[in-house]
Design a binder for this molecule. Sequence first.
Ligand SMILES: [Zn+2]
Length: 92
Amino acid sequence: MPNGKKNNERNSPVPYSWCHARGCLHEIRHDKLFCVEHWRQLPYPMQLSLVDFYTVGQDTGDAKALPRWYEIVTCVTNHLSFMEKQCARQKS
Ligand SMILES: [Zn+2]
């Protein structure tokens, strides 16, 4: 962990996690999937799919995520990775 703190060492009752975009080290609330920067890079239909297939309680272990939701996460994560590689190529 970049800041050396563990989730249970925080004063906030909200557990924290890390952005799921590959290589991103932004800390996020546990009930989020991506940091704001990566979330905003997603096309609206992808954002909508993540929200639509989200099951309340899946992030706390109270409910099981749908298999389709994992498929969408993989698709979205691949999209972000592809877009970042494209941007890196254009800059070089
Ligand atoms: Zn991120």
